[in-house]
Design a protein around this ligand. Structure first.
Ligand code: GLN
Length: 304
C-alpha cells in the first residue's frame, strides 16, 4: 500500500494547528528545542518507508528507550522478570512515587520510570557494559550503523533528577535493585538521552510489527509469543495515565517520550514514528497523538 499521500494529507492538516502544549522543561536542555518541529516516518512491513516534514531531525528518544531495555532484559531473563515488575497500567504519571511505596517496591509496569529502572538494573546485571549493549541492540534492530547519546541532555537530566533518584532509592529499600543507585542512574539517563530521528525510530520498532522478525538482519529478535506481550504492554501502559485514551483514539500499540517522539506499531502492517515536541498535561506529545488518531481514522485500520 502507498501510504505517502495519506501521511502528507494528515501532516498538512495538522500543520495549521496552533502550537499548544509545553516542552519538557524539567530537563532544562529539552526546553530549548524548536517547538515547531514536526516530522513523520512510516515503515511498512517490507521496509518501504514514507516520510514527511522533519522526519530526519534527530531528537531525544527519552522513554521510548524503555521498550528497548525491556526487550533486552525480557529476552534474556524471561518470566522471572515479572517477579520484579508488574504488567498492569498504572493510571498514574510516569514519575509517580506513592504507588511504588504502597505496592511494596514492585513497579506497576516496565514503562513508568520505576519499572524502567528495574529493567535497566536487569540489563546491567546481564551485561558488564550495559550502555554499549543497549546502543548495539538499537543499532541491530534498526539497521543503523551507530546510535548516539546527546551528552548535554544526559547531564542536564542527571542534574535535575531528584525524583528519579528518589524512585531508585525506594526500589533499593525494598530490595528490588541490584546495582548502586548512582550507577543505575548513569545508565538510565544515558539510554533516555539517545538521539534518533523518525526514520531510525520507525525502523527500530519494525520487528515488533513483524512478529519479532528483524528484516534488516534477517533474524528473530523475539518469538511471536514474547512479541505479543511487548505490544500488549505498549498498548496498555505505553502512555501512562493516558494509555486508555490512546487505545480509544488511535488503536495502535505505542510508546511516547518527553522528547516529543511517539512510536506505534500495527502488527502485520507497519511501524510509525511521529515527532512534535510540545507535550500535553499527561506528558505525551500532543500533535503526534492527533496525527496518529487522524491517520488510523482515515485509513480505517487499527488493532481493533
Ligand atoms: N528520562 C525521562 C524521565 O525519567 C523520561 C520520561 C519520559 O519520557 N516520559 O523523566
Amino acid at each position: 500500500m502507498d501510504y505517502q499521500e495519506i501521511i502528507e494529507e494528515v501532516y498538512h492538516e495538522l500543520l495549521q494547528m496552533p502550537v499548544k502544549g509545553k516542552l519538557a522543561d524539567y530537563i532544562p536542555e529539552l526546553a530549548s528545542v524548536d517547538p515547531n518541529q514536526f516530522g513523520v516516518c512510516l515503515v511498512d512491513k517490507n521496509g518501504e518507508e514514507f516520510q514527511c516534514g522533519d522526519s530526519l531531525q534527530p531528537f531525544s528518544i527519552q522513554s521510548i528507550s524503555k521498550v528497548h531495555t525491556l526487550v533486552l532484559a525480557y529476552s534474556q531473563v524471561g518470566v522471572d522478570l515479572w517477579k520484579r515488575v508488574n504488567v498492569e497500567p498504572s493510571g498514574n504519571p510516569f514519575n509517580n512515587l506513592a504507588q511504588l511505596e504502597y505496592e511494596n517496591g514492585i513497579p506497576r509496569n516496565p514503562f513508568i520510570n520505576s519499572g524502567a529502572l528495574v529493567t535497566t538494573d536487569t540489563v546491567m546485571s546481564l551485561y558488564p557494559n550495559a550502555k554499549e549493549e543497549i546502543k548495539q541492540f538499537i543499532s541491530n534492530v534498526s539497521g543503523e550503523e551507530s546510535i548516539v547519546v546527546n551528552e548535554n541532555v544526559k547531564r542536564s537530566e542527571l542534574a535535575c533528577a531528584s525524583r528519579n533518584y528518589a524512585v531508585a532509592h525506594m526500589l533499593k529499600s525494598y530490595g528490588n535493585l541490584q546495582r548502586e543507585v548512582d550507577d543505575l542512574m548513569e545508565v538510565y539517563t544515558d539510554h533516555c538521552a539517545i538521539e534518533m530521528n523518525c526514520y531510525q525510530l520507525a525502523k527500530s520498532f519494525l520487528y515488533l510489527a513483524n512478529h519479532g522478525h528483524n528484516i534488516y538482519t534477517d533474524t528473530q529478535i523475539l518469538d511471536r509469543g514474547l512479541t505479543k506481550r511487548i505490544n500488549a504492554l505498549m498498548l496498555t501502559c505505553g502512555f501512562y495515565d493516558e494509555a486508555g485514551e490512546f487505545a480509544f483514539r488511535v488503536g495502535l500499540a505505542g510508546k511516547s517520550g518527553v522528547g516529543g517522539g511517539v512510536v506505534a506499531v500495527l502488527p502485520g502492517e507497519f511501524s510509525i514514528a511521529v515527532y512534535s515536541p510540545p507535550l500535553n498535561r499527561k506528558g505525551n506529545p500532543r500533535k503526534a497523538l492527533y496525527f496518529l488518531e487522524m491517520l488510523t481514522t482515515k485509513l480505517g485500520i487499527s488493532l481493533f
